[in-house]
Design a protein around this ligand. Structure first.
Ligand code: CDP
Length: 227
């Protein structure tokens, strides 16, 4: 039986988060952004004083994760947000410092295994949208719907630069494109759960599409199959 999951995967700044959140709201179902879970672990390590340049290892993260609790909760506004040890970190998860270290942290087997259980448990209550890099390949290989969102590297850099607070001061289109390309490189070449479309995923190139066009398209695909 297929799993009640709409899997949305894709590379950095492909528009996944915006689209996944709005699609879930339109369908009135919960939404889990797994990138935020990797970001929360990275933020927690940085806040705990760990030097991630030299100490990005399974041995460092195993005891650290014993003291971390991550929960997705629905806020008063109806949005789904990640709580980190009971606190909503908000935009701190999107800071350029966290972005700089999240891909090395996401290569660690201990971190990926720890999150896999949490992510699989989130889908037990009913249909959800789950967004990330490996949802259709590793976390839910039998997801009912699998979409892989892409856009050209230039368009992705433009989108990221337009997001407030996500890039270092003085960032340019070139520097943002470089940072994104580096994250894509680490994400695609890692040994465990590399970024790649599942063989049965539908690839949606959003370069020339507006956000609403993408959401309407995905909602139609889901509704057609469900009706
Ligand atoms: O928003 P953006 O596309 O920049 O990234 P994100 O979805 O917040 O994910 C941040 C990082 O977490 C990615 O670059 C990956 O290194 C890692 N990640 C992962 O390895 N597996 C996932 N399912 C989700 C994110």
């Amino acid at each position: 039986m297929s799993q009640q999951v709409i899997a949305i995967d894709g590379p950095a700044a492909s528009g996944k988060s915006t689209i996944a959140a709005l699609l879930a709201a339109k369908l009135r179902i919960p939404y889990i952004n797994t990138g935020n879970m990797y970001r929360a672990i990275t933020m927690y390590a940085l806040d705990s004083g760990i030097d991630l340049e030299t100490k990005c290892t399974n041995e460092v993260f195993a005891p650290l994760l014993d003291t971390l609790k991550l929960d997705y909760i629905q806020t008063a506004s109806g949005d789904y947000e990640l709580q980190v040890n009971g606190i909503l970190p908000g935009l701190k998860l999107r800071s350029p410092e966290v972005a700089a270290f999240v891909s090395p942290v996401a290569t660690l087997s201990f971190v990926r295994d720890w999150l896999k259980d949490l992510q699989r448990d989130s889908a037990k209550p009913g249909l959800i949208v789950m967004e990330g890099r490996d949802i259709g390949t590793v976390i839910f290989p039998d997801a009912a719907f699998k979409f892989f969102l892409t856009a050209t590297p230039e368009e992705r850099a433009r989108r990221r630069l337009a997001q407030d607070g996500e890039t270092f001061d003085g960032a340019t289109l070139e520097s943002v494109a470089r940072d994104i390309a580096e994250r894509d490189r680490i994400d695609s070449s890692r040994a465990i759960a590399p970024l790649k479309p599942a063989a049965d995923a539908e690839i949606v190139d959003t370069t020339q599409m507006t956000i609403n066009e993408v959401i309407d398209y995905l909602a139609r695909r889901v509704n057609n199959e469900c009706s």
